[in-house]
Design a protein around this ligand. Structure first.
Ligand SMILES: Nc1nc2c(ncn2[C@@H]2O[C@H](COP(=O)(O)OP(=O)(O)OP(=O)(O)O)[C@@H](O)[C@H]2O)c(=O)[nH]1
Ligand SMILES: [Mg+2]
Length: 220
């Protein structure tokens, strides 16, 4: 049976892989769980240890302009710092969300390093990268990174910028992903490689599992 004939009418029209990057503790996992509206639950533990193990990715499907779009959000594990992330973390990504914590100067100061990593490992996603400031329930008095600085940074690197409070206001998270999807689909109208890579035509490994092959920016 050909791959094409295995597709059903319920399959999404597009599958978009988005990776979450940013310093430890900025709120990446909370953002991912909020977006997918995953119920809070204790993490499973690595066998024989007390080390928590969170899912690396979560999916959400929704309708965008009458078409079914599947978003696959990829988290980066807490213990991985920018220095230890390698090409495999970025493979197949169509877009990147780089997060910082509005109450942490360090997380903001490290943004250029995260941008460099996108540039190095996933250059095709450079123009589909957004910057997200996470409030993490901070009151305005705890804001360390002034909005003016952030806006200057975002303008310099031409990055769309958003602020979210994942826990208190889940809609802020949805807004980010709506914009990311719009960025990807708009560019796909003009970029044949990208357009091909977001069609779920990858090798079907098993029901509900698709191996993404991104010809847009990453190589296996
Ligand atoms: N109130 C509130 N707390 C948040 C929010 N986002 C994250 N937090 C808290 O901040 C802490 C770190 O959040 P995580 O989502 O685990 O951050 P992370 O970036 O995934 O961290 P690492 O995986 O260690 O890199 C947790 O205690 C969260 O509960 C938020 O939007 N609001
Ligand atoms: Mg995490």
């Amino acid at each position: 049976m050909s791959l094409r004939s295995q597709r059903s009418k319920d399959d999404p029209a597009y599958c978009i892989k988005v990776i979450l990057l940013g310093d430890l503790g900025v709120g990446k996992t909370t953002f991912m769980r909020t977006y997918t509206r995953a119920r809070p639950q204790p993490p499973t533990l690595y066998q024989g240890s007390n080390i928590p193990h969170y899912p690396a990715s979560m999916k959400k499907t929704f309708n965008y302009q009458g078409k079914k779009v599947e978003i696959v959000l990829w988290d980066t594990a807490g213990q991985e710092r920018y220095r230890s992330l390698t090409a495999s973390h970025y493979r197949g990504a169509h877009a990147c969300i780089i997060m910082y914590d509005v109450s942490s100067e360090d997380s903001f100061n490290h943004l250029p390093i995260w941008l460099e990593s996108v540039h190095e490992y996933c250059p095709g996603a450079n123009d589909r990268t957004v910057l997200v400031g996470s409030w993490k329930g901070s009151s305005s008095s705890r804001r360390k990174v002034e909005l003016e600085r952030v806006l200057g940074f975002a303008a310099h690197y031409r990055l769309p910028h958003f602020e979210v409070d994942s826990t208190a206001n889940p809609n802020t998270v949805d807004t980010v992903l709506d914009n990311v999807v719009r960025l990807v689909l708009t560019e796909a109208n003009e970029n044949r490689q990208l357009s091909d890579s977001i069609k779920p035509q990858g090798t079907r490994l098993a029901p509900h599992k698709t191996e993404f092959k991104c010809s847009a920016c990453c190589h296996s």
